[in-house]
Design a binder for this molecule. Structure first.
Ligand code: CP
Length: 306
């Protein structure tokens, strides 16, 4: 494969195989292929988890890597993304991991990736897609439930600005989950209603298998939205409070892509509660990203169990 830019481009078979590979990596049961491509990491938007877990994945796979700081690169002089990618190809980079604020930054490159340009990984594009987050979320759900079919999954919060909601809703529905959404009416995204209905937060919350909270994306809100936003009021209306936690099913899990606005999307004391998988998601992110880089690198030549 030459790109990993939108989770919905993958077949169910490829997705399930990548989840399986990620779990094998996690348990030390998969040896990566001998071929190692050089990976460049460029994050035009801030990141802690995605940037550092891609680098951890590269270290664990033994891939040589470089990190490019956009503010100190020629992108700051106006060089286009296309010319930056051609430059990286010319100097021998095989795979580029990019986070960018421009939704769909990768769309002009579908044909040239892996040919005149390096292979491309989307580490998040504006409010578009976040496919590596989606893969680690699927891995975390699969690890606990062993299936997707029939799971009730509620996605809650700032749906409109969320690339996590956009990535996860379609693929979860395709894999057989029953997706519903809750959150402020102003942050509803009607384009997602084909994958699940909007319902009041407390409507059926106690029947959900997965409660997937979303960060309020202050950097994508208008000045007016930010000035009128009240964290305490949001928490009462749309947050996971102790009372809502107490009504969840015994085997329900709570997810959040993080960073978490503690006391807003979730009561701070619940971030590491028994049902929370928030830090497990982060740990799984390294192995999911190993599977992504492996998928782009080459077919496994040494897919050995140890
Ligand atoms: N979940 C996530 O993408 O976090 P970062 O922005 O820290 O990478």
């Amino acid at each position: 494969a030459n790109l990993f830019v939108n989770i919905n481009d993958l077949s169910n078979q490829d997705l399930l195989s990548m989840i399986h590979q990620a779990l094998l990596f996690k348990h030390g049961d998969l040896i990566p292929a001998a071929e190692k491509q050089v990976v460049a990491n460029i994050f035009f938007e801030n990141s802690t988890r995605t940037a550092s877990s891609f680098q951890m994945a590269e270290i664990k796979l033994g891939f040589p890597r470089i990190v490019i700081d956009p503010s100190r690169s020629s992108a700051a002089k106006g060089e286009s993304l296309s010319d930056t990618l051609k430059t990286l190809k010319a100097i021998g980079v095989g795979i580029v991991v990019i986070r960018h604020s421009l939704r769909g930054w990768y769309e002009p490159f579908y044909e040239s990736a892996g040919k005149t340009l390096p292979k491309l990984v989307n580490a998040g594009d504006g409010n578009g897609q976040h496919p590596s987050q989606s893969l680690l979320d699927l891995m975390t759900i699969s690890e606990y439930f062993g299936r997707f079919a029939g799971l009730k999954i509620r996605i809650i919060g700032d749906i409109y600005h969320s690339r996590v909601a956009r990535s996860n809703a379609e693929i979860l529905k395709r894999l057989g989950a029953e997706v519903t959404f809750s959150g402020p009416r102003d942050w509803c995204d009607v384009s997602l209603t084909q994958y699940g209905q909007y319902v009041d937060l407390d409507d059926g919350l106690g029947q959900q298998d997965v409660v997937m909270l979303l960060r309020v994306q202050h950097e994508r809100l208008s000045a007016d939205e930010n000035s009128t936003f009240t964290p305490a009021a949001y928490h009462v209306q749309f947050g996971l409070t102790q009372a809502r936690y107490d009504c969840l099913k015994n085997d329900a899990i709570i997810m959040h892509p993080a960073p978490v606005n503690r006391g807003v999307e979730i009561d701070s004391d619940l971030v590491e509660a028994p049902k929370s998988r928030i830090f497990q998601q982060m740990a799984n992110g390294v192995f999911a990203r190993m599977a992504i880089l492996n998928y782009l690198n080459s077919p496994l030549t040494t897919r050995e169990l140890v």
